[in-house]
Design a protein around this ligand. Structure first.
Ligand SMILES: [Zn+2]
Length: 230
């Protein structure tokens, strides 16, 4: 027991590992440990499962509750490519599935989407950077560190959030709309997205009706929406 306690203090010193998350007031730790807020990727040195626990009320993401991959039960990616940040484009999608209104329900939906993307599409992971539920939570997909598979031709230079639901004829609820807006603002604060970023819907970049007519009309009223080609 004594040895374990001593090693716990000494090893980080010996390895020179810092426990802070860049300039944010979170803690770098293994992401299967309890975290009173949410985990954010890309802020800690070391291997991928060592991530920043940002407690609620701290740092740039205090108004965003991110459900980590470990929390929703993600499979490991079969391959990852690192994205160069900050990016200057952000895309909005919808999942064209039923919506969800609790962590349990949304986590199951996200696991199903990951299975579809990996098993039927043959992708290395769930395609989206993040997903947003009508429970008001953000579900971490490929996160802020990895290139996604969401918007053909733009994946290596953008992030994307997919609203869980089908938004042809109605909007996501206000909790989900607030969550995605706060997520984008959080990305700017974390230095992952430029402050002059341009916002698009998926259909601006390809032949698709994503993110649905109703949601597409909504995002065109947001300040960073960019008419014209991405
Ligand atoms: Zn889409």
């Amino acid at each position: 027991m004594m040895l374990v306690i001593v090693l716990g203090f000494v090893v980080p010193f010996v390895l020179g590992a810092d426990t802070g998350c860049l300039n944010l007031s979170g803690t770098c730790q293994e992401d299967n440990l309890p975290c009173s807020g949410g985990y954010v990727s890309g802020l800690c040195s070391g291997h991928a499962s060592r991530r920043c626990c940002l407690p609620t009320g701290s740092g740039g993401c205090s108004n965003v509750n991110i459900i980590s991959r470990a929390q929703w039960g993600a499979r490991s990616p079969t391959h990852v490519s690192y994205i160069s940040v900050p990016v200057s484009e952000f895309f909005i999608h919808h999942t064209e599935s039923p919506s969800c209104s609790s962590i349990t329900e949304c986590s199951a939906r996200v696991r199903g989407i990951q299975n579809y993307h990996m098993d039927s599409r043959g992708w290395s992971d769930i395609g989206y950077s993040f997903l947003v539920g009508e429970d008001g939570n953000v579900y971490e997909g490929r996160g802020w560190s990895h290139v996604g598979a969401h918007t053909a031709g733009y994946n290596s230079r953008s992030f994307a959030a997919s609203m869980i639901g089908s938004y042809m004829n109605h909007l996501p609820n206000s909790k989900a709309l607030t969550a995605v807006k706060n997520l984008i603002a959080c990305g700017v604060q974390l230095g992952k997205i430029t402050s002059s970023y341009r916002l698009f819907g998926h259909r601006d970049a390809g032949q698709t009706n994503c993110p649905g007519d109703a949601l597409y009309a909504e995002i065109q009223t947001w300040p960073h929406y960019s008419h014209g080609n991405p």
